[in-house]
Ligand binder design. Structure first.
Ligand code: COA
Length: 114
């Protein structure tokens, strides 16, 4: 199954700390804050979470429990937590692949649940 999402980066520029903390994990927030344009990276992570919902056929998920991490070469991946495993095991999947891209205005992500 596959999902895709695209959002405006600006959407995350005026978010309050409370809003950001409700959706993004500490590691995601720290990663974004280290970059020149934090809102782009938050937007990309948000797209991952929305694209995962689509890949799972509109199943409701807790966004804060979906964590995007990066390898040492910066390749993004979703941490396979107990919660994430509980989402994909019912559809006989064991793996999730993701990809993120940004422009000045938009971020997008593709998520494949295999
Ligand atoms: C990986 C790369 C292609 C990203 O492209 P970009 O146009 O700079 O940026 P994009 O906005 O499209 O993509 C950024 C996202 O790519 C993802 N990314 C970064 N490194 C990655 C990697 N090694 N593998 C997969 N995805 C990666 C990240 O998710 C990043 O967003 P995030 O930091 O918010 O998570 C870029 O870093 C690059 O050019 N790497 C070297 C490629 C190369 O060897 N080129 C030589 C040809 S001359």
């Amino acid at each position: 199954m596959i999902g895709i999402d695209i959002e405006r980066n600006d959407r995350f520029k005026d978010w309050t700390d409370k809003q950001i903390t409700r959706i993004f994990t500490k590691t995601e927030r720290e990663y974004a804050m280290k970059q020149a344009n934090p809102e782009r990276h938050l937007c990309g992570f948000f797209c991952v979470k929305e694209a995962l919902v689509k890949a799972l056929n509109n199943q409701t998920i807790e966004y804060k429990k979906i964590e995007v991490l990066h390898t040492e070469t910066n390749m993004p991946y979703i941490k396979l937590s107990t919660y994430v495993r509980s989402l994909i095991e019912p559809v006989n999947a064991t793996r999730i692949d993701i990809s993120i891209s940004h422009t000045d205005e938009y971020s997008t992500a593709v998520v494949q649940v295999i």
